[in-house]
Design a protein around this ligand. Sequence first.
Ligand SMILES: [Zn+2]
Length: 261
Amino acid sequence: MASGPDFNSKTKQTLAKRAGQVCSNPNCRKSTSGPHSDETKAINLGEASHIRAARAGQARYDANMSDMERAAIINGIWLCKECARRIDVDEAKYTITLLVEWKQMHEKWISNGKPATQQTTIPLVDIELVSVKPSSAFAQFEIQFAYDIVLHNKSSAAISDIHVVRTIIPDNNKQKMLVRQPSQQKLIPFQKTINVLGPAESGNLYREHLPSYEFMRMNVTYKDQYDKLFRCTFEGDRDGLHLTTKETLRREIGAKSAFDL
Ligand SMILES: [Zn+2]
C-alpha cells in the first residue's frame, strides 16, 4: 500500500462523516453533499484538507512530520471547496491553531445536533460597576465607596467559567483582584445580569478599593457553550468601563496563564 502524505479514501470519508458533511469553517458551514441530477448519484462539494501541509512549499508545512503523520486523520479538516482554497492561500490568517480549533468546535457542534447559534460564536459580554454601601465591617479601612461588578451577557450563547481580574493604575497604586464565577452557574441567554462577587470576594474588594485611583483595567475571561475561551479587556474608572480589546484564547491555555496581564 502506498504511504504518501495524502489522505486515503477511508480517512476522507470518515472526516466527511465526522463533520456531518458540512464545512467546518464556523463562518461558512455550507453543506458539502447533495443530490445529483442523476437519481442514483450524490454530489460532493467538500474536501479533506491538510491542517499541516502534505508537501513542502504548501501552507502550514512542518518538516519534522513523517508522511504517515501527514496522512493521519488527526491532520485533516473537512471543508467546502471554497474554504479549502482559502486556507491554502493565506497561511498567516489560517493558522494551525485556528484550524484545529475549527475542527474541535465543529465536531462538538455536530455532536450537539447543530444548535442554531452560528452568528454568536463570539458572545458579547458587557460589564458595569454598581455602587453599593460598604458594610460597617470595613469601617476600619475608611472605605468611602464600594461596588459590585455586574456582567451582562448580550448574546444568545450561554457562557460560564467567568473570571475577572482587576488592576489599578498608576503603578504606585497597582492592585490585582481575581473574581471567579463557578462553572456550574452558567450565565444563560437573556438572563441579563449576575453579581460576580460573593460575600468573601466582596470583602477583598472593599479592602483594596481606595478612592485615590484614577484608572482601572479589568480582564474578563469566560467560556462559551463550545468551551472556547475568550478574554475581554475593559478600561475606565468607577463611573464606567468600556471594552477595549476582545480576543479568543487557545483552548489549551490553563486558567492560570489566562490571567497573566
Ligand atoms: Zn466553507
